[in-house]
Each structure stands twice: as C-alpha cells, then as structure tokens.
Ligand binder design. Sequence first.
Ligand code: AP5
Ligand code: MG
Length: 217
Amino acid sequence: MQLLIMGPPGAGKGTQAAKLATRYGIPQISTGEMFRLAVSAGTELGKQAKACMESGKLVPDEVTVGIVRERLSGVDCAKGFILDGFPRTVAQAESLKLILADLGKQLSSVLNVNVPMEELIERAIGRRICKGCGATYHIKFNAPKVEGICDACGCDLYQRADDTAETLGKRLRVYEASTRPLIEYYKAVGIYNEIDGRQPIEKVTLEIISILENRGA
Ligand code: AP5
Ligand code: MG
C-alpha cells in the first residue's frame, strides 16, 4: 500500500496519515516533520530548511527529493508507506515516480483532503503539538483532556512557528501556485481520490478507509 495524502496547509493530512499508519502498520513519511526535527537538532538540513519554513516558502526541490529518496529506501517502507506533504510540486511528483520505479514500486492511491480556505486558517491557528510524541491537537476541534498537556504522554503542547496568520497566508498562496496543480497531475494518472475534509476527524478517516478497502489500494 503506497499512499499519498495531500491537501492545503491545515487540511488534516498529518492527523489522517497518523491514523492510517497505525491501522495499516506502515510508516508515515512527513517531509514537514522531517524538516522540523532537523531544525530542532540544528543539522545542516535544518539550517537549509529553517528560513524557508519560517517564511512559508517551499524548501528547494533538490533538498526535499534527496531526503525522501533516502527515507523510502528504508526497510520499514518495504510493506508500504503513507507520504504526507510530499510531493508538493509537479517536479517533486516526477522525481517521486523515478524514485519509486528504481525501488520497483508505484503509488497505489492519492487522497486529497479538501477543506475551504476559511476553515484552514482556524485549524492551523488552533493547532497544538506534543513536544514529546508529536501528537496533534486542536484547541476547539480536538482538545486535550487537560489544556496544554498531551493525553498520550503527558508532555507539554506547543504551537508551530509557522502557524501564524501571516505565515499561513503565504503557505496558502504557495499551495495554490505550486501544489494545487498536482490534482490534475494525479487525476491524469488515474489514482486520485477526493476526500471531504470538512467532516469531523473520525468521519474523514472512515471515508478514506472506505475508499482504500472498497477499491483496493
Ligand atoms: P508541513 O508540516 O507539511 O505543513 P503543511 O503542508 O502546511 O500542512 P500542515 O502540517 O500545516 O497541516 P496538515 O494538513 O498536516 O493538518 P493537521 O493534521 O496538522 O510543511 C511545513 C513546511 O515544511 C512547508 O511550509 C515547507 O516550508 C516545508 N515542506 C514540507 N514538505 C515540503 C515539500 N514536499 N517540499 C518543499 N517544502 C516542504 O491538522 C491541522 C489542525 O486541524 C490540527 O489542529 C488538527 O487537530 C485539526 N484537524 C484535523 N482534521 C480536522 C477535522 N476533520 N476537523 C476539525 N479539525 C481538524
Ligand atoms: Mg502536517
């Protein structure tokens, strides 16, 4: 099962990818998360990514493609994977096709989570993330039992540096210009599925599972 979950910033890609990873026993590969880890570790990759992320721009394709190529050749990807936030340019999609071909694989399903702009802003601004296990919450739509504390591991929650109204506006513009064209790209490949991301989290998960398990992925 080689899955790609795509959608605009704050659509719920990470939330759904984590659930699918658990259900199917496959790794969630989030380029955004890989960059955030590199930034907090202060690595060379982190230094390259930091300025782009904080200004809402994309990290250059050659950097991003390089880390994905390495990650996909990991043994834990043999059974499948769920890509979250990669590719997000047509050039990245072309590179992905070549990387997978080298591994004797191809994408089995593309899931595009569709949410209107107004809701994206509320979702991103209210998002909180666990410092310990990375679990994602929302102050209104998916609140932890105790404010500011992770239900799963008890660590403090934090707000992402790029979840400000200003940076989010830039991320949304980058999405429209660079990532939205992937919808037509994957429709042409014939593996594209549209998901109604306005529904509550559990209903979105059920819609995705129904697509994957009824049609096969
Ligand atoms: P990345 O981390 O991928 O950010 P993004 O694409 O902007 O997406 P988000 O993580 O913000 O949103 P999400 O869709 O995962 O939503 P979530 O599930 O958290 O990338 C960050 C940056 O890294 C980029 O800007 C770029 O600089 C760089 N980068 C990453 N990949 C790159 C690439 N391929 N190429 C170049 N640069 C790259 O949910 C959001 C909130 O809503 C949460 O609070 C959640 O609880 C809530 N929520 C989720 N679902 C629902 C629901 N159904 N109803 C109500 N609330 C919900
Ligand atoms: Mg995410």
